[in-house]
Design a binder for this molecule. Structure first.
Ligand code: ATP
Ligand code: MG
Length: 143
């Protein structure tokens, strides 16, 4: 059964441009509840590990540089069928291809500087939540 939690990151382009409040309001309006949040600047090592699945892709180095370029805002979100719901809400990777009303259509600059991350599966959501919120007791009730 699909879980009710997912991990998102407001990326440095959007956070640095002062769009975090609008993005959170947009997500809350769609029924997402913020369970945990933090503001941090990722180290090269953290960003590299977080996106390790893309290690062999041509954009990997550039992605890590972008993700470490300024503060970002990881958040643990709750909603029914959260992973699918958030992927729907953020839209396609490239804002030029994202549907109207999605976070990326509204707030992203480009395919790389695309405002927001969302977990792509329940398993990755649990792993990514633990990556940013290892001490959060809400995680104990995961599942
Ligand atoms: P995310 O994992 O951040 O939620 P996604 O699942 O939509 O995004 P992925 O294919 O997992 O997309 O790529 C991870 C991130 O790498 C993208 O969000 C984007 O910032 C960057 N990226 C992906 N493809 C490209 C590309 N062709 N050129 C530049 N950057 C890219
Ligand atoms: Mg992805």
């Amino acid at each position: 059964m699909a879980g009710n939690r997912t991990l998102t990151i407001i990326k440095p382009d959007a956070f640095g441009a002062g769009k975090a409040g609008k993005i959170i309001a947009h997500l809350e309006q769609q029924g997402f509840k913020v369970l945990a949040a933090r503001v941090m600047r990722l180290t090269d090592r953290q960003a590299g590990e977080f996106y390790a699945v893309h290690r062999e892709r041509p954009f990997y180095r550039s992605l890590v540089t972008f993700m470490t370029s300024g503060a970002c805002m990881p958040m643990l979100l709750e909603k029914r069928d959260a992973v699918a719901a958030l992927r729907q809400a953020i839209g396609a990777t490239d804002p030029a291809e994202a549907e109207a009303g999605t976070v990326r259509k509204l707030f992203a600059e480009s395919k790389e500087r695309n405002a927001i991350h969302a977990s792509d599966s329940d398993d990755n959501g649990v792993r990514e939540a633990a990556f940013f919120f290892p001490d959060t007791d809400v995680l104990a009730a995961q599942g």
